[in-house]
Design a protein around this ligand. Structure first.
Ligand SMILES: NC(=O)c1ccc[n+]([C@@H]2O[C@H](COP(=O)([O-])OP(=O)(O)OC[C@H]3O[C@@H](n4cnc5c(N)ncnc54)[C@H](OP(=O)(O)O)[C@@H]3O)[C@@H](O)[C@H]2O)c1
Length: 172
């Protein structure tokens, strides 16, 4: 089973904050890219990100949600799990071809060492957040090679450019 991480980051690798939410207004082009990439795949989210995205999951998604809370009662049909290892075992048993890690920061940090692929939307600007900033982990020290790149100029929706990169782990 392939493990992928998908995220949108700014030039400082900022992805969010302790108080939750994205540092930027939703970017339609990135949302479309996310939707299209995750369609039909196994998804893994941290409990906090799941609660932010709860309304987003349709009947065709049954994501794995990671929490340490044994009494966690999600509002929708998801698979609650208490460790990454447990999710890997279940996903392999269910013959998932690809498991896509959708964040947040704690979950990217936990899984990046096992990633076969990282799909990054890089927003070519910087943002600030009011509470503790959350970042995507550094991937440069690991063996990731760019295998695909799309560059987008600023648009009516955003006054900065963005790039979508596919980075493949050379050693996995
Ligand atoms: N820019 C992007 O692409 C992107 C993508 C996703 C999220 N985000 C942003 O990232 C921020 C949230 O990130 P976050 O790090 O605060 O939260 P998170 O990773 O979404 O969730 C953290 C929670 O996951 C559970 N957890 C973490 N590690 C675990 C482990 N090893 N075993 C079991 N459970 C574990 C814990 O849940 P319990 O507390 O229930 O135990 C923990 O509180 C938000 O601002 C969100 O909008 C951005």
């Amino acid at each position: 089973m392939k493990l992928s991480l998908i995220a949108a980051i700014d030039e400082n690798k900022l992805i969010g904050s302790a108080e939750g939410g994205l540092p930027w207004q939703g970017i339609e082009q990135d949302r479309d890219h996310f939707r299209s990439y995750v369609r039909g795949k196994g998804l893994l989210l941290g409990r906090k990100t799941y609660e932010e995205m709860e309304g987003w999951f349709g009947l065709d998604h049954r994501p794995y949600i990671l929490t340490r809370n044994r009494n966690y009662a999600p509002k929708s049909q998801v698979r609650v799990a208490f460790s990454f290892d447990e999710i890997i075992r279940t996903a392999e048993k269910e013959a998932e071809n690809e498991l896509v890690v959708c964040g947040g920061a704690a979950i990217y940090e936990r899984t990046i060492n096992y990633a076969d692929l990282i799909i990054l939307t890089i927003l070519h600007t910087t943002f600030t957040v009011e509470s503790e900033a959350k970042y995507f982990p550094d991937w440069h020290s690991k063996d990731f090679i760019e295998i695909k790149r799309q560059d987008f100029s600023p648009s009516a929706e955003r006054d900065f450019g963005m790039s979508i990169l596919h980075l493949k782990c050379a050693t996995n």
